[in-house]
Design a protein. Structure first.
Length: 320
């Protein structure tokens, strides 16, 4: 089978298309023929190991799992003899950042991994990007315990995380202010944001509004800059470590005193989370934003584009 393989950490060019052995499912595993995946910040981070700490999961000196691709959508081709909840022929989608594999034509999953059947009427290309940005957004929203009626600012509302966060926050009943570039204002309004701030025209920090949560989905702000716009017990969350890892140590220190604080949730995802996101898609309460698609053979180009920081929503990878 064909797969995008990297045997060392580095830039997009360390990835190449190779013929590798087709995996065989164990008794408790499912074999999935992958038809679509995505290229995203998670994949890029594991491939580059820019943050050295990621190597404690992906391999200290070299990648433990050479085929990346945490998101996937495809069809079940075979199941192990102990598998009961999944059937051959079912269309499935999900997320696996433990051993990845979505950038190959076949992958195996344990029966209780974070995947489920695809919502009816979706293509593989539409189902593949449901989970990555959305599970980060969902984890942040849950960590902050956002409730109906609370005011939330989403900075960077057009990426995979930000665009998902706007929609999920509206599902939970929050009042959402979203920050984006002029060209993306119509898109963000279509996602359901109550207020959209064009950062080229207005500084959200001087707009006079207060928020129960500021969620920086692109890691371009700081607690210090956002502190004036937080309510008395407001929470600041960023998807990045911050300058000199400040968001990590602030998340440890600020909860020790009353008032405004930083949180730095550790992302997790379960089968129940994937099922929840699939239900929202089926109910038309959440729709991943699609930027563009590449073929497997174009994966280096896809990585280069993702790492420009200019992608809108999700970049899909198709596997013939």
């Amino acid at each position: 089978m064909k797969a995008a393989v990297h045997t060392r950490y580095g830039p997009p060019e360390v990835v190449s298309i190779q013929e590798v052995a087709k995996p065989k499912p164990k008794d408790n595993e499912v074999l999935v023929r992958v038809y679509a995946s995505t290229v995203n910040r998670t994949d890029s981070g594991f491939r580059s190991a820019e943050y050295f700490i990621s190597r404690f999961w992906s391999g200290l000196l070299r990648p433990n799992y050479q085929t990346l691709g945490c998101e996937f959508a495809g069809q079940v081709e075979a199941v192990g003899k102990a598998v009961q909840s999944v059937k051959v022929g079912e269309n499935v989608f999900g997320y696996n950042d433990k051993k990845c594999g979505g950038h190959g034509q076949y992958m195996t999953l344990v029966e209780n991994d974070a995947f489920t059947t695809m919502p009816e009427g979706l293509t593989y290309e539409e189902a593949a990007p449901i989970t990555e940005g959305a599970h980060y957004a969902l984890g942040h929203i849950r960590a902050a315990n956002v409730t109906a009626g609370q005011a939330v600012l989403v900075y960077g509302a057009t990426g995979a995380i930000g665009s998902a966060a706007v929609q999920l926050l509206k599902h939970f009943g929050a009042h959402v202010t979203a920050v984006c570039h002029t060209q993306r204002v119509p898109l963000v309004k279509s996602l359901g944001a109550d207020v959209v701030i064009d950062y080229t025209q207005e500084d959200y920090a001087r707009a006079g509004r207060k928020y129960d949560l500021v969620l920086d989905a692109v890691g371009k702000t700081s607690f210090g800059h956002c502190k004036p716009v937080l309510t008395e017990n407001g929470i600041y969350i960023s998807t990045e470590l911050g300058k000199n890892w400040e968001n990590v140590y602030l998340a440890l220190l600020t909860p020790l005193r009353k008032g405004k604080k930083v949180m730095f949730p550790i992302p997790t995802i379960s089968k129940a989370d994937v099922e929840f996101l699939g239900q929202l898609v089926a109910q038309k309460e959440f729709k991943p934003v699609l930027d563009r698609s590449y073929t497997l053979e174009q994966i280096v180009e896809a990585y280069r584009y993702v790492e420009t920081g200019q992608k809108i929503g999700n970049v899909v990878l198709t596997l013939a």
